[in-house]
Design a protein around this ligand. Structure first.
Ligand code: 4NP
Length: 152
């Protein structure tokens, strides 16, 4: 059975769709089979395509994420996925609070997979400067390489 990974941020339109795209791409490059998805702790952007700035940084790096749609994390996700990876500490706290008792997914933070950054947040680029999305992309691609190495 391939490992399954769900990335979680707040809105599911900036950070977690980029993490999803980066891990899918790394799996493709390494010929590794994994189930990869993303969701938000909120339903604020459910049904919406990723933020245009997130789409732009993906396009700049050769990937199309325009087909992705936001969704809120559900109780079933804790039973369906092997790994649920939070993009920041608040996301992790929110996940811990809604985790069902029979949830089997292992919870972690994305920066646990980036050398020297364990426990740190992936900064939310939503309200920030344009280059924030380039920073996010660099972080999620570094983490994706490490996730493939660790989980494959
Ligand atoms: P994300 O970014 O959690 O990385 O998708 C955000 C997207 C939307 C909002 C906040 C963060 N918002 O406040 O609507």
């Amino acid at each position: 059975m391939p490992q399954s990974v769900l990335f979680i941020c707040l809105g599911n339109i900036c950070r977690s769709p980029l993490a999803e795209a980066a891990l899918r791409e790394e799996c493709k490059l390494q010929s590794v089979s994994m189930v990869v998805d993303s969701a938000g702790t909120s339903d604020w952007h459910a049904g919406q395509a990723p933020d245009e700035r997130a789409q732009a940084v993906a396009t700049k790096n050769g990937l199309d994420i325009g087909h992705l749609r936001g969704r809120m994390v559900s109780a079933n996700d804790f039973r369906d996925f092997d790994h649920i990876i939070a993009l920041d500490a608040q996301n992790l706290k929110d996940l811990e609070n809604i985790q069902p008792v029979d949830g089997t997914a292992q919870l972690s933070m994305l920066t646990d997979y980036i050398h020297g950054r364990k426990g740190e947040d992936i900064a939310d680029p939503y309200y920030g400067k344009e280059n924030g999305f380039d920073v996010t992309w660099a972080e999620v691609t570094e983490a994706a390489r490490s996730i493939v190495k660790v989980l494959k």
